[in-house]
Design a protein around this ligand. Structure first.
Ligand SMILES: [Zn+2]
Length: 212
């Protein structure tokens, strides 16, 4: 095995492996599984693992300016991120007093417009959420709870509008179908026929959710 990995043992019956956006590898397995058996499993997955690790590394390398907080995405475009005495977004740059203010400034400039898009798509789909909010999430873009309150990650405002639209449709469809069954994806495709491409596009930005 070429890579370092963490092992989480539990009462589970099967073994699984996951790779985070920043290439941390985690193996989950039953208590009694031997190192030999774990290595055998990892060897059987090595082609897949290598592909994922290489893809993540390439993505992170292409975004080193984002990772170093020199630039920030705005509607899918990279903008200079400038630390200054104001919190403001202009066509040239995103200005913040400190990195922690990114959330504040994006909410200030984007939330209303985003809410209008949610309303438009709610009318189009005839799916009405109980409420719509925006907050910071690690590792997820949106959520629809059992009472149909929709909550979105503010980092969506950094993404291209077509990707934002896909996430809104996805969460709205959860109002009717609270899982990811075939029926759910059929519903999503009724309102966004290009959802497979957009879902893939969204995954390119997943690393952002563990950055801010
Ligand atoms: Zn979902």
């Amino acid at each position: 095995m070429l890579y370092d990995y963490d092992i989480i043992r539990s009462h589970r019956k099967s073994i699984s492996i996951s790779v985070s956006n920043d290439n941390k590898i985690t193996v989950r397995c039953p208590w009694g599984l031997s190192a030999k058996e774990i290595n055998k499993y990892l060897d059987s997955k090595s082609d897949w693992l290598e592909k994922v690790v290489r893809r993540n590394a390439a993505r992170l390398a292409a975004n080193d300016d984002i990772l170093e907080f020199k630039k920030v995405y705005w509607n899918g475009k990279k903008m200079p991120l400038v630390i200054s005495d104001k919190n403001e977004i202009t066509p040239e740059a995103v200005y913040v007093k400190k990195i922690d203010d990114i959330e504040k400034v994006y909410k200030k400039y984007c939330f209303e417009g985003f809410l209008r898009t949610v309303e438009e798509l709610s009318e189009l789909t005839m799916l009405k959420p109980a409420s719509v909010g925006v907050r910071s999430y690690k590792g997820r873009w949106g959520c629809c709870d059992s009472k149909n309150n929709l909550m979105f990650n503010y980092m969506l405002f950094m993404l291209p509008s077509e990707v934002q639209r896909y996430v809104i449709i996805h969460e709205l469809c959860h109002i009717l179908c609270h899982n990811h069954s075939r029926a759910f994806w059929k519903l999503v495709s009724d309102y966004e026929p290009d959802y497979v491409r957009l879902k893939k596009e969204l995954s390119k930005y997943d690393f952002l959710t563990s950055l801010y």
